[in-house]
Design a protein around this ligand. Structure first.
Ligand SMILES: [Zn+2]
Length: 305
């Protein structure tokens, strides 16, 4: 697979903060304020991504144009901060993904078996953290970035470190015998119940609470709640960590729509395989299950294997 270097910047609207193409001076400033390390891939391309436009320069062109020593710019296999444009930080990372694949982070996939996506996700999460964390919340001094291999910011006077917040969330596969219950999430996707933990709540308590809030399920209707093995970082807006659970019901209940769930359905292995097939082909006509590599889909596959 061909590797590319990509940079990205984040704002609350996504990637459309800078509406002008970057000038050579801006790129040079970003590159020359770099803090990082090692490794250049001479034959690879360098992508700068802004406002749906993509500028591709070869490494040789970059060196030529900006007189930078790229050996000092790249951390192998990692994300590195190469500088700031306004208040947006610009990261550089090595990936074999195309821009098209990681442009929509909501649909991006992050799992243990997909390390490349994790690098992309780290770039996204760190960029967002920098965007929202400018000053010490104690003394209001400007925070200092530490190093390209660390994600934290530091306030020198207070000797305090600030790390990107991670929000734990549960995701619950509800089943009875050989069928699982999925509910309508968005567009045509049917998936599991999920939700963020509240302070001082255990993951299992959160699972019971979410099942009650979203499906109206009572504790006495539930046979068991068991953790499943795979967790999944999900560096979308809230940078969550998904913790999966398997929830067995005492009987096959039919659910009426609630305030949070408009439609739900029980699915067998056969129905799951058909929906998974439609999902993988990108078909839009009927209902589908979450895309491959999401933890939600992983849970379904594990259940039906
Ligand atoms: Zn401080």
């Amino acid at each position: 697979m061909k590797a590319t270097f990509s940079s990205l910047t984040y704002c609350h609207d996504g990637f459309e903060r800078v509406f002008e193409p970057l000038t050579a001076e801006q790129i040079q400033r970003a590159l020359s304020s770099a803090l990082s390390k090692i490794v250049t891939f001479q034959s690879e391309t360098f992508d700068i991504l802004f406002h749906d436009c993509q500028y591709i320069l070869s490494i040789a062109e970059i060196v030529d144009l900006f007189h930078v020593d790229l050996k000092e710019q790249y951390a192998s296999g990692n994300v590195s901060l190469i500088g700031y444009l306004g208040d947006a930080c610009v990261f550089l990372f090595k990936t074999t993904q195309t821009n098209k694949e990681f442009i929509n982070f909501y649909n991006a996939k992050y799992a243990d078996f997909d390390r490349l996506s994790q690098v992309t996700g780290l770039g996204y999460a760190t960029t967002r953290f920098h965007w929202q964390s400018k000053f010490c919340s104690r003394c209001q001094q400007k925070l200092e970035f530490q190093s390209t291999s660390q994600t934290y910011m530091r306030c020198k006077p207070c000797n305090l470190e600030f790390y990107p917040p991670i929000q734990p969330a549960i995701i619950a596969l509800v089943y009875f015998r050989d069928e699982i219950l999925v509910y309508h999430r968005r567009e045509n996707i049917f998936t599991h119940i999920s939700g963020f933990l509240e302070p001082v709540e255990t993951a299992i308590q959160a699972t019971y609470r979410e099942l009650n809030e979203e499906l109206g399920l009572q504790k006495h209707q539930i046979q068991s709640v068991e953790p499943m093995s795979e967790t999944q970082p999900w560096p979308s807006r809230y940078c969550s960590l998904m913790m999966p659970f398997k929830v067995e019901l005492k009987e096959k209940l039919e659910f009426k729509p609630t305030k949070e769930v408009s439609e739900s359905k029980w699915i067998s292995k056969q129905l799951f395989l058909e929906a998974a097939n439609r999902s993988d082909k990108g078909e839009k006509v009927e209902w589908i299950v979450p895309s491959i590599k999401t933890v939600a889909r992983f849970m379904m596959e594990k259940f039906f294997e």
